[in-house]
Design a protein around this ligand. Structure first.
Ligand code: PLP
Length: 394
């Protein structure tokens, strides 16, 4: 059996999405900007796809949704443009983010920090959550932007973006949220709370890779990301990725249709699976279930390196993740486990299982047996588990 439980990394392309995209590779391949029928026959599909993306996040027509190549691009764009518009010009000197943002936010923040911007990295608490009060405490009259992700990719923790958005509005500070792990898992309505910029990525909700988007509120537009043409309202020039846009539109439509299933049926599957995993002695989950999206479990198995668990699971055909980058000889610990201040030996033991609407109970039953087998094998050869104080082993 092959079981894919790494859906926070990427998802299978929904067959309907694939079907919708196909004609735009070999039949309707015209450049939408050209002046002939090959071009104009792509227009209705692009228009429809954009309408679906706007509808999926409840964006009003006057706001902008700019298609990018990925969420990494959208996140880079927001921070770098804010740097050019507000920091370099001397109007502001500071931005705020959580310390567990995706590397595409953290690394970009480090870059603009090296160019003179002050950056505050907000801590998370022991449940892996952000206290909105910490945003209020750190805002100054020189703060240009607050950037806090909606859902953490490691733990699935839902961050209080509504409260943070309100605090930003009160202080007239721009607010960006990386909603990559929220789309398809939570209802998204950019009109229901204060948000100026919102990042999305199609491949996280059963769309194609290589296509993302950035939502921008009217009046809060960023500088153009790519100069050289009129595509995407001049914000991001370059020939449009027609199949990608069409695929993202269809994926968004499917995500909205499947939302109830993703939020309730997947939750039931996840909860039952998690309960069984937690029956294994010395296992820990950081964020309480009700404060997480329905598909994610980040679980630690004391005494077992996350990578060793992945190795054993992979041999059984099961894909999961540790959330840590494996750099040459060094096994890095999970950044969220580090941020919550987990003891050193636990920080290396996290394994992430992320489900999707394609996950079945049979797959989870199979995975549970494989996990149990791996735990027995790996703990029998684990020096850190063998010497753990008695209280750690029940
Ligand atoms: N932001 C979050 C929260 C993510 O989980 C990811 C991907 O893992 C990204 C950004 C980057 O997405 P992309 O692959 O579209 O660049």
């Amino acid at each position: 059996m092959r079981v894919y439980l790494d859906n926070n990394a990427t998802t299978i392309v929904d067959p309907h999405v694939f079907e919708t995209m196909e004609p735009y590779f070999v039949q309707k391949y015209g450049n939408p900007n050209s002046l002939h029928d090959f071009a104009s026959e792509t227009h209705p599909a692009i228009k429809q796809a954009m309408e679906k993306i706007y509808a999926g996040i409840h964006a009003p027509k006057e706001d902008s949704v700019v298609i990018t190549s990925c969420a990494t691009e959208s996140n880079n764009w927001v921070l770098k443009s804010i740097y050019f518009q507000y920091i370099l010009t001397g109007r502001k000197n500071h931005i705020i983010l959580s310390e567990v943002e995706h590397p595409s936010v953290i690394a970009t923040a480090k870059f603009i920090e090296s160019m003179g911007c002050r950056v505050t990295y907000l801590p998370i608490n022991s449940e892996g959550l952000i206290d909105p009060q910490s945003v209020r405490d750190n805002i100054t009259d020189k703060t240009a932007l607050v950037s806090v992700m909606w859902v953490n990719n490691e733990t699935g923790a839902i961050f209080p973006v509504e409260e943070i958005g309100n605090i930003c509005a009160e202080h007239k500070v721009l607010f960006h949220t990386d909603a990559v792990q929220a789309v398809g898992k939570l209802p998204i309505d950019v009109q229901s709370f204060n948000v100026d910029y919102l990042t999305m990525s199609a491949h996280k909700f059963h769309g194609p890779k290589g296509v993302g988007a950035l939502y921008m509120k009217k009046g809060k537009e960023l500088l153009p990301l790519l100069h050289g043409g009129s595509q995407m309202g001049g914000y991001r020039s370059g020939t449009l990725n027609v199949p990608g846009i069409v695929g993202m539109g269809r994926a968004m439509e499917q995500a909205v249709d499947a939302l109830d299933f993703e939020m309730h049926d997947i939750r039931e599957l996840r909860d039952a699976f998690e309960e069984e995993l937690l029956k294994i002695p010395d296992t820990f989950v950081v964020t309480p279930r009700e404060k997480r999206v329905a598909n994610t479990i980040l679980i630690s198995f004391r005494g077992i390196e996350g990578e060793s668990m992945l190795w054993d699971l992979n041999r059984e055909g099961i894909a999961a993740s540790t959330g840590s980058a494996c750099a040459s000889e060094d096994l890095e610990s999970n950044p969220v486990m580090e941020a919550i201040g987990a003891e050193a030996d636990l920080a290396h033991t996290a394994v992430r299982f992320s489900l999707s609407r394609y996950t079945t109970k049979e797959e989870l039953d199979y995975t549970l047996e494989a996990v149990k087998k791996a735990v027995t094998r790996l703990r029998s050869i684990s020096s850190s588990y063998a010497y753990a104080p008695e209280g750690y082993k029940n």
